[in-house]
Design a binder for this molecule. Structure first.
Ligand code: PSV
Ligand code: MN
Ligand code: MN
Length: 384
């Protein structure tokens, strides 16, 4: 397949919450024109897809995107040229979850949490979503606070029950995170823990790599490569980090890391949707305008992918076999250092798109339109 064909087939899923107000624990700086409802988040996601041509699905977050009729939400999305993607569960924003959700010492709280996960699968049945994405804020702040091993048992039991509820074409994607909000123990802190649970759960359970959820210096492409080999990589949450879970635009902090990740994907032939890896963004745009920031992130992932597709695999293989350390590294760097922007402009023109989606967004007047039209009502913020 040609580089252009591979890029034409690429799919990136945008998160509904990236379009809404968000902030840090210190302050949410509200922006004008942000969506007031899940429907308006879909309108914004549809704009991103219309301009980039490669972002045809939008992930939901329940309860932030709770509606009465999910079938109606799905057809609303379809009418705008997009589809609903992964359903993200939320068992971290309720007073009951102070000491955890599925790992909580109280069986009543665990039941409530599992009830929510099962409700998310009901929603997937109605939206036609394939993926249930699980991230747990569960953990401990102090040594002795709870029994670490018992919490793993509770986690395993909750995952087992939820997995058993999935339809044959649905998947459970388990996300890990090193720390935060818990500081001493996190119950799913790393890919090894997520992988071990997914192995026990069987084929429908796979791991999500959120690029912001590792210790500084972690070699993420190794994790990508390991999970791909094991058939256990289900999805990415792309974003950039400088320090912790910064949720900045993908490709902003370390575009070379994004390239190295996409190189592993290309090597494993895992770019096409048929390979079953969902490439999502998980970002919060706290200072910058949201829609152009999502567009920029999609383009950054596309650029890293284009460079990864340009790697000369024949030359790389030859250099590796010959033990030519510098030669092999040079093959990768040649691809990374290629300016792929002319190629991508050409690709977009072939696809009937504006070659510069960010400029096209600015010219479109959509930003001004939503400021004018979205007055009154509550802005749907992070957690709203
Ligand atoms: C919290 O760290 C988080 O950013 C996780 O990455 C989830 O994917 C996301 O929130 C949405 O729940
Ligand atoms: Mn995430
Ligand atoms: Mn996160």
């Amino acid at each position: 397949m040609s580089v252009k064909d591979a890029l034409r087939g690429q799919r990136i899923e945008t998160p509904s919450w990236a379009y809404a107000n968000s902030g840090t624990r210190f302050k949410v700086f509200a922006q004008q024109g942000v969506p007031r409802t899940p429907y308006e988040k879909i309108d914004d996601a549809a704009v991103v897809h219309r301009l980039t041509g490669i972002a045809p699905t939008v992930a939901l977050h329940i309860p932030w995107d709770r509606v009465d009729d999910y079938g109606k939400l799905a057809s609303y999305a379809r009418d705008r040229g997009v589809a609903l993607g992964a359903v993200n569960s939320n068992v971290f924003q309720d007073d009951d979850y102070k000491l955890g959700s599925v790992c909580h010492p109280d069986p009543l709280v665990r039941r409530k949490a599992v009830g929510h996960l099962l409700e998310c699968v009901d929603i997937m049945d109605r939206t036609g979503s394939r993926d249930l994405k699980l991230w747990f804020a569960d953990g401990l702040n102090y040594p002795g606070q709870d029994d670490i091993r018992a919490r793993q048992d509770r986690l395993a039991e909750a995952l087992r029950e939820t997995c058993a509820r999935l339809g044959p074409d649905q998947r459970m994607l388990l996300e890990y995170k090193l720390f935060e909000p818990a500081f001493y123990v996190t119950d799913v802190p790393d890919w090894g823990t997520a992988y071990a649970h997914c192995l026990t759960l069987g084929d429908q359970a796979q791991v999500v790599i959120d690029t912001g959820h590792h210790a500084p210096g972690t070699n993420i492409e190794f994790i990508v490569s390991f999970l791909l080999r094991a058939g256990k990589l289900g999805a990415f949450d792309f974003n950039s980090r400088f320090y912790a879970d910064d949720d900045l635009m993908a490709g902003a902090a370390d575009p070379f890391q994004l390239f190295r990740i996409m190189h592993e994907i290309v090597l494993a032939d895992a770019l096409e949707p048929a390979a079953g890896i969902t490439f999502m963004l998980d970002q919060c745009h706290n200072l910058e305008p949201k829609i152009p920031a999502v567009i920029r992130s999609v383009l950054n992932v596309q650029e890293a992918t284009a460079k990864a597709l340009l790697v000369d695999h024949g030359a790389l293989d030859e250099a590796q076999r010959a033990g030519d350390v510098l030669g092999a590294n040079a093959v990768l760097m040649d691809a990374y250092n290629t300016d792929v922007r002319p190629l991508l402009r050409e690709l977009r023109e072939d696809m009937g798109l504006d070659p510069d989606p960010v400029a096209a967004y600015r010219r479109s007047g959509y930003a001004e339109q939503i400021v004018r039209e979205r007055v009154g009502g509550e802005a749907a913020g992070w957690g709203a």
